[in-house]
Design a protein around this ligand. Structure first.
Ligand code: GLV
Length: 316
């Protein structure tokens, strides 16, 4: 088994119990491409992260590979066709990160709507003057309309939280899902209608050929000048240059972003020239408990596939 980063102890223990483990023994630094290509030459199992590009070249470099386990719910960095052509099984770590990621979407939504980071920075700069009636006014979230684009597990958890905030709920998926209406009371909308009606738009759709670049100038122009845009899915769903221009023009009113077109972004990124954004460094699932659960599940998935045991987390 080859593991592309040192994982929390419970996960490493599971792997060591089940065979020979080679690990890129770093915590913060991704494995260089050359080391990955060398490392997987003789292994049957690979445990990887979203920072590893697992393409046809990598798969060809691992002639004995039978199982790939990603410690993530998203797997757009993996060439699934190349895996399928070799009959290699791919697993991911859904469910365990659902609520944690929905919490972060809400943190960004509330922070952007109520200018939390801007307020913090104002105090830090020593620029907090006397209270005045329209000082740092933001947008209400309670009682408004929440639209989720990509209402899978995480999107539904975002919608469920919206009920506690007295919101009217809308969602957009490729196809309507009647269970979402029954269980959450959310109404289906086309993307354009959802953008026009929502006060808060939260993106939780996976990155696919279909969703890449789905939010651009045309879509932002449909939003209300008071609405908040949140992306906790994948950066390339959004044309970032269009979003910068839209936020500069004030429609949407503000954005909360955890993901970016090219990660990591640096302090010179154009988004940081705007006052109406709140940015976090791809930490949707980053609670201590959830990251340990994800690592453990990724290890369990890998071992299950290699030893012919069932796992519910095979990516179809
Ligand atoms: C993180 O982005 C994940 O897909 O789990």
């Amino acid at each position: 088994m080859f593991i592309t980063r040192r994982l929390p102890d419970p996960a490493m223990a599971i792997l060591h119990e089940h065979g020979t483990v080679t690990v890129w023994d770093q915590i913060e630094t991704p494995i260089p491409r050359e080391a990955l290509l060398r490392g997987i030459a003789d292994v049957e199992g690979l445990l990887c992260l979203i920072t590893d590009r697992i393409d046809a070249e990598v798969i060809a470099a691992a002639p004995r590979l039978r199982a790939v386990s990603i410690m993530a719910v998203g797997y757009d960095n993996i060439d699934r066709a190349a895996l399928a052509a070799r009959g290699i099984t791919l697993t991911n770590t859904p469910d365990v990160l659902t609520e944690t990621t929905a919490d972060l979407a809400w943190a960004l939504l509330l922070a952007a709507a109520r200018r939390v980071v801007e307020g913090h920075t104002l105090i830090e700069r020593g620029a907090w003057g006397p209270w005045h009636p329209m000082q740092m006014v933001g947008q209400d979230i309670y009682g408004r309309v929440l639209g989720v684009v990509g209402a899978g597990r995480i999107g539904q958890a975002v919608l469920r939280r919206g009920r506690g905030f007295g919101m009217r709920l809308l969602y957009h998926n490729r196809r309507p899902n009647p269970a979402i209406a029954t269980e959450l009371g959310a109404e289906y909308r086309s993307l354009n209608d959802l953008l026009a009606e929502s006060d808060a738009v939260v993106v939780t759709a996976p990155l696919t050929a279909e969703t890449r670049g789905m939010f651009g100038a045309t879509q932002f122009a449909l939003m209300k000048p008071t609405s908040i845009f949140v992306n906790v899915a994948r950066g390339p769903l959004v044309r970032e240059a269009d979003l910068v221009a839209a936020l500069r023009a004030g429609r949407p009113w503000a954005a909360g972003l955890d993901v970016f077109e090219h990660e990591p972004i640096g302090p010179d990124h154009p988004l940081l020239t705007l006052p109406n954004v709140v940015l976090t460094p791809h930490i949707g699932s980053a609670s201590v408990a959830t990251r340990v659960r994800m690592a453990t599940l990724a290890a369990e998935n890998l071992v299950a596939v290699l030893y012919g045991r069932p796992t519910p987390n095979v990516v179809a």
